[in-house]
Design a binder for this molecule. Sequence first.
Ligand SMILES: [Ca+2]
Ligand SMILES: [Ca+2]
Ligand SMILES: [Ca+2]
Length: 154
Amino acid sequence: MTFDGEIAEHSIELAPEEEITIDGTEDVDLYKVDLLTGQKLTIDLDSLDPDPEQAGATKLQYAQIRVFDASGKELAKTSFDDFQAAPDELFKVFNDPYLQFTAETDGVYYVGISQIGNDYYDPTKAGSGSGWIFPDFDIGTGGKYTLNLSVTSA
Ligand SMILES: [Ca+2]
Ligand SMILES: [Ca+2]
Ligand SMILES: [Ca+2]
């Protein structure tokens, strides 16, 4: 399955009259996946080149992947070695994360996508993201991506 996402600024309404603005460094996109015991989830993120027509558009660099169980407990997270091309990718694209996760029990899992630095958020709490920027390296400004999720049986 393929999803199109974007790490960017947006506003969310926590309650009527209570709206907060999330900037790109705090944005988290969560994807819900059902897995059976022993199934392996392969997560491949490809950041997209910015649209030249769109002023100020940037490329998502070093996105973070986290995997949670149904209660929001973290089970896996990108580490330095995970910033590499997927096996089906011809060119080595250092910067984009690729992660495999094997479910130990049947259940609902969540995949969280965020940008570098924003990797301690609580997936059960809106507004818990935080991050930082490195403008000199064009890091921290978000961007669009394609997320490829596939499940293989044990
Ligand atoms: Ca988003
Ligand atoms: Ca890919
Ligand atoms: Ca990739």
